[in-house]
Design a protein around this ligand. Structure first.
Ligand code: CTP
Ligand code: MG
Length: 223
């Protein structure tokens, strides 16, 4: 493998409701982070995994992941971007392809990890998995009054893993100003072209209780 994966897993999971940090919340009896790391480790390209965990859970996360895959666990930051930066700083010399993957996308198939890595290996500096937008999208103004209908044919839903040539991600993070919710956004600001590959419904981000329930059903159905 020639790929390092950074796994931001330090968020609280406020939108999931009260409980432990989201990466440690259970899905079919195992923490979301365990599901996510197991699938990453099953991708043949992946050599190195660095997890950014909640500061108070570093030892718990190391113990949980020890039987799953060899991983490095570092403390995350207050924002996702800081967590990614902390994980990036812990990648040893070697891997020239770096993926960033949300722990909250616990059911992401190894095949999607391979597809993103392959596109970077083929020469793309930055690669994101995307899905088409299926709903009608409206722009609204004050008092939720509709201003217009957006042309959804040019819109995409963006997932992770997002893949980068290592130097490209490092430069983007070094130059980062305002926090963004995705790493490709930082790279775009550097003027680097970002390419899309087809995403996967299974790479949904578990954000709200409905998503966790959906993930339980997908797993029970053999997902
Ligand atoms: N993340 C992180 N460090 C942070 C915030 C988020 O590593 N300071 C991670 C989360 O653990 C998650 C991913 O970034 O795997 C995507 O973030 P999100 O889905 O927003 O998770 P949370 O921030 O935990 O959820 P919420 O916003 O509902 O609190
Ligand atoms: Mg968040």
């Amino acid at each position: 493998g020639d790929v390092a994966v950074l796994v931001p897993a330090a968020g609280a999971g406020v939108r999931l409701g009260p409980g432990r940090p989201k990466a440690l919340r259970l899905l079919a009896g195992e923490p979301l982070l365990v599901h996510a790391v197991r699938r990453l480790a099953a991708a043949p390209s992946v050599r190195t995994i660095v997890v950014a965990a909640p500061l108070a859970e570093l030892d718990a996360v190391r113990d949980l992941l020890a039987p799953v895959a060899p991983v490095t666990v570092v403390p995350g930051g207050a924002e996702r971007q800081a967590s990614v930066a902390a994980a990036l700083a812990a990648v040893p010399p070697g891997p020239e392809i770096v993926l960033v993957h949300d722990a909250a996308r616990a059911l992401t198939p190894p095949e999607l990890v391979e597809a993103v890595a392959a596109a970077v290996r083929a020469g793309r500096p930055a690669v994101i998995p995307v899905l088409p937008v299926v709903d009608t999208i409206k722009e609204v103004g004050a008092e939720e009054t509709v201003l217009g209908t957006v042309d959804r044919s040019v819109l995409r839903i963006v997932q992770t893993p997002q893949g980068f040539r290592r130097s490209v991600l490092a430069a983007a993070h070094a130059a980062a100003g305002d926090a963004l919710t995705d790493d490709a956004g930082l790279v775009e600001k550097q003027g680097v072209p970002v390419s899309c590959v087809p995403g996967s419904e299974y790479a949904l981000k578990i954000t709200r209780p409905f998503d966790l329930a959906l993930a339980e059903h997908l797993l029970a159905a053999g997902g």
